[in-house]
Ligand binder design. Structure first.
Ligand SMILES: [Zn+2]
Length: 282
């Protein structure tokens, strides 16, 4: 196959691939938002797409055919809008875009769609989106967030993993993104303290950091420039190629594993009833 990327194929090549059998389509979600002074706006897109492409290549050697759909680039970045260049969809639009894209893929006979997400700000809405999609179409679309897929490696990093920091900058470097480490910053290192210092509503129970343990409440996102002048939340200066490569080395095979497991389940259950249909029949 010339390319795993759907948009780089002709319709006849897509048709041929579908007839031969596509095990899953990976659908990258990124964002167009500031990533500190040291990385471009498309960093989440770059990461999601690069991981998806590497997974598709790795899968091929294991006899699994994965295609990579066009990256959904403009997403939920309203809280970065104080930084020039950031673009965003409203949550309502985002949810509709998700449905329209998945519907398009399934219409052509794709059996399994897997979201590869590079942007933490999409997670809550994607969770709503995939559950609503199952409720209304009977189709299950899993979401793979690289931070969660690499949870064991990320846990070994002793700086917060929030935005444009050590883990993300390392991963971007390992995947070949344009990164200028000489411009990287350490900012809002303790996000909870940064929120408090900005005079914003704050609670000691607030989950301001993905690694928060113990009792917690969910607090809304803060406009990031209120807490971080550079846009970095964490420490971008500590990034290394080695850390990034360790993340790539665990995420890629886990994406292949997810695709394999979901594709197996989809082919053994060719038709899925709509959730709620049995209730409606009662
Ligand atoms: Zn990012």
């Amino acid at each position: 196959m010339q390319s795993h990327r759907l948009e780089r194929m002709t319709w006849m090549e897509v048709d041929e691939a579908l007839v031969r059998g596509v095990d899953a389509v990976l659908l990258p979600f990124g964002s167009i938002e500031q990533h500190g002074p040291h990385m471009p706006l498309d960093t989440d897109c770059f990461i999601a797409q690069a991981l998806a492409e590497r997974a598709a290549t790795a899968a091929q050697s294991q006899g699994l055919t994965l295609l990579v759909a066009p990256t959904v680039n403009v997403t939920l970045s309203w809280y970065h809008m104080q930084f020039p260049g950031t673009m965003r969809l409203t949550t309502e639009t985002f949810l509709r875009v998700f449905v329209d894209i998945c519907d398009s893929l399934f219409l052509h006979g794709v059996k399994t769609v897997i979201v590869v997400n590079g942007h933490g700000g999409n997670v809550a809405a994607l969770t709503v989106a995939i559950n609503h999609y199952l409720e209304t179409t009977g189709r299950r679309v899993p979401v793979a967030n690289w931070i969660e897929l690499a949870a064991d490696v990320v846990a070994e990093i002793d700086t917060p993993t929030i935005h444009a920091e050590e883990a993300e900058t390392s991963l971007a470097m390992a995947l070949g993104q344009r990164v200028d480490l000489s411009l990287a910053t350490r900012d809002a290192f303790d996000r909870s303290q940064a929120v408090r210092e900005a005079g914003l509503p704050w609670s000691s129970l607030g989950r301001y950091d993905a690694s928060h343990v113990g009792p917690s409440v969910i607090v809304p996102m803060d406009m990031l420039r209120d807490i971080s002048p550079s846009g970095v939340v964490g420490d971008g200066t500590r990034a290394t190629l080695e850390t990034g490569q360790r993340i790539v080395d665990v995420v890629v095979p886990r994406l292949v594993q997810l695709a394999y497991e979901f594709a197996q389940a989809s082919s053994s259950k060719a038709s899925v009833d709509k959730v709620g249909q049995s209730n409606a029949d009662k």
